[in-house]
Design a binder for this molecule. Sequence first.
Ligand SMILES: Nc1ncnc2c1ncn2[C@@H]1O[C@H](COP(=O)(O)OP(=O)(O)OP(=O)(O)O)[C@@H](O)[C@H]1O
Length: 263
Amino acid sequence: MLTIDRIEKTFFPGTVNERRALGGLSLRLDEGDFVTVIGSNGAGKSTLLNAISGRYTVDSGSIEIDGRRVNRLREFQRAKYIGRVFQDPMAGTAPDLTIEQNLALAERRGRSRGLGLALSRTLRDRFREELTSLELGLEHRLTAKVGLLSGGQRQALSLLMAGFTRPRILLLDEHTAALDPQRAALVTELTDRIVAQGSLTTLMVTHNMEQALRLGNRLIMMHEGDIVFEASAAEKRQLTVPRLLEEFAKIKGAQLDDRALLA
Ligand SMILES: Nc1ncnc2c1ncn2[C@@H]1O[C@H](COP(=O)(O)OP(=O)(O)OP(=O)(O)O)[C@@H](O)[C@H]1O
């Protein structure tokens, strides 16, 4: 359902600032795959997600979603296929809108009409029920502005919204990294639940190896703009954090990532 074929991306080519971020990377995700992505700093993980979402265009290679080549589609044109939760909790929600307005926008996204924010009682009841499942007490704060929520609450809400929109592909970019350990654990659990409930095809970048092993059915490790290690579902079940660190160490010249070591 997502087919990436030999994509390349170089920033500032031909200048002293030239950076080759993606060096001919290929990757295929089948419907319902949940792939965790790890790798050293600057490996190209965010650039890969940005290439899929259309934030950056690639220099060569192709990206296909459901068999349709999307290389030339701009970010807003790909938005109907793609849900995204960023590291920055402020990025995924509209702070000046209320919780129910944010949810209503997510719920209606992808539909051709009706971007108005009027809410039916049925929809409001559904929001309340979904928010209750987060166990953050947000079901009592439907009309509170999202800007007033904590980072963890906002990330949880962003995930819920991503689940509502039922994107063809969900991109998670270190979405628990800015949270304290307790909230990160909660959002990790929630990720697992929302992805499973919606059978969402997902790519999740993380520096937390334990998280990368626990979530998802496949794992890839990136280095210098390409995939250098890949574990299938069966292989992933056998993997441990020490084994992953060994794989990291095997990569010539790779620096072990501090954050990864702490995980
Ligand atoms: N907008 C940009 N302009 C110039 N160079 C960029 C840009 N975005 C990324 N790069 C460069 O591309 C390379 C890959 O960066 P990227 O952010 O994709 O790595 P990453 O694996 O996500 O790293 P990290 O784990 O540190 O977030 C790096 O050398 C980076 O400096």
